[in-house]
Ligand binder design. Structure first.
Ligand SMILES: Cc1ncc(COP(=O)(O)O)c(C=O)c1O
Length: 442
């Protein structure tokens, strides 16, 4: 089947021809329609092969069709497609999470990250008996009406930099909800302290991506999340790490282990399930026991923790817990970023590369370090679009997303190939946007 034909067909029955907005690809003019995936590669419906640098928006950290994950799913199916029942595996998986995630005394599983984070907010409100919420501009916490604010606001609608105006990311969000939200600039201690002085005692939770991949890859400046931790403790606010994307990404103890700061509650997802749909809320016993049936905060559902996903997550965590797993992944990442940075330097194209572990952000037209959303928003998106399309033509797939990355199935040879393709794509960017073909040295 050709793209043209299938895209036409899909659009007749599905808005935009996709099941999720993030799967539309404006750089290509059509979504990627897949036949299958295998390790570092995906194969599309026209028979083209791509090295996958989206890896299911981060979910397939073990690559596609990892044998341990596939075997776990088969095992679950052989038990009779168990749905909406508890098994021994559920508590065993919770035990694995408690062993690996620093803040976790107890765990409740759900499906999507959106669902888990939304329940996390309800739980934080129940545990504190407070309503206000603080979040950082440029940080993404799923699509719920409660938190889908100021992720990528147009700058002319974003309000003052030191006190951003909550910007709803979708039509249809009830405007009243924004009254309970304080949006803050990331990495700005002064604004943070001011917000706590004003709203600290009425705030239920401070939400954050401990590494802000959803604005590319922005790391907390020295002392910033330590200060967040101190203020939350002082004012009795729940410190909530949204680790949907960062969990088991660069460290077996997630970003909280990597950064050495322990929140009160966290959400883990994506890589957690090895490609199957599962996420989890994890936190201190004192907070988690506010969940029903012990406490009175509701979190339930027919499809929470389907056994296929539970077994897949158990298999994935065993892989992440293997000695050397993250050392190998991070060493490979360093070699890849080294080669890519050299290609950037040779190209004469201004593009800032920021990375932690196997995920990275690219900011075209930006030179200096990017430390918050406002700086990220100065990037030239048209250049990024050209870059993504040029990579696609050369057999490397990137989604239109602030962050990109690879899996443990990507070997050094795959990543060397990606670095070569990136170099050729930078030349294409140079031709299209800067009007000549020469690299900096040429
Ligand atoms: C930090 C963060 N939180 C929440 C979500 C939402 O997760 P899901 O797509 O599973 O609903 C995402 C997804 O991209 C994410 O990156």
């Amino acid at each position: 089947m050709s793209y043209v034909k299938h895209f036409e067909f899909a659009q007749r029955f599905m808005p935009g021809g996709v099941s999720a907005t993030a799967r539309a690809n404006a750089a290509l003019g059509h979504p990627l329609y897949l036949e299958r995936g295998d390790g570092a590669r995906v194969f599309d419906i026209e028979g083209h092969e791509f090295i996958d640098m989206c890896v299911s928006h981060g979910a397939s950290l073990l690559g596609h069709d990892h044998p341990a994950v596939t075997a776990a799913v088969r095992e679950a199916l052989a038990q009779g497609v168990i749905c909406a029942y508890e098994t021994e595996d559920h508590a065993r998986l919770a035990e694995q999470v408690v062993e690996m995630v620093p803040c976790a005394d107890m765990v409740r599983f759900a499906g999507s990250g959106t669902e888990t984070v939304m329940h996390g907010l309800r739980l934080a409100r129940a545990a504190t008996d407070r309503r206000m919420v603080m979040k950082f501009e440029g940080h993404f916490h799923g699509y719920s009406d409660l938190l889908n604010y100021s992720v990528a606001p147009p700058i002319d609608m974003a309000g003052p930099a030191e006190r951003p105006t909550p910007y709803p990311e979708s039509a249809g969000m009830p405007p009243d909800l924004a009254r309970e939200l304080v949006v803050l600039p990331f990495n700005d201690v002064e604004s943070l302290e001011r917000a706590f002085r004003t709203h600290g005692y009425e705030t239920a939770a401070l939400f954050m991506e401990p590494i802000n991949y959803d604005s590319g890859c922005i790391v907390p400046l020295v002392g910033f999340i330590e200060r967040c931790r101190e203020l939350c403790t002082e004012y009795g606010v729940v410190l909530f790490f949204d680790e949907i994307l960062t969990a088991f990404r660069m460290h077996r103890r997630c970003a909280q282990g990597y950064l050495g700061v322990t929140p009160d509650l966290c959400a883990i997802g994506k890589a957690f399930g090895g490609g199957l749909p599962i996420s989890a809320l994890a936190g201190t016993r004192a907070i988690m026991e506010h969940l029903r049936p012990i406490g009175d905060s509701e979190m339930s559902g027919t499809y929470l923790a389907h056994l296929t996903a539970v077994k897949a997550a158990r298999a994935a965590l065993r892989e992440y817990a293997r000695p050397g797993f993250f050392e190998t992944l991070n060493a490979r990442a360093d070699r890849f970023y080294g080669a890519f940075q050299q290609a950037i330097d040779r190209s004469g194209v201004r593009v800032r590369l920021q990375h932690v572990g196997p995920r990275f952000g690219l900011y075209f037209g930006v030179d200096g370090p990017v430390t918050n959303y406002r700086e990220a928003a100065t990037q030239d998106r048209a250049m990024l679009m050209t870059f993504i399309a040029a990579c696609f033509e050369r057999g490397v797939y990137l989604a239109v997303s602030p962050h990109h990355g690879f899996s443990a199935a990507h070997g050094d040879a795959d990543l060397a190939r990606v670095a070569d393709v990136f170099e050729a794509a930078l030349q294409e960017v140079r031709r299209a946007h800067l009007g000549d073909e020469r690299g900096a040295g040429g």
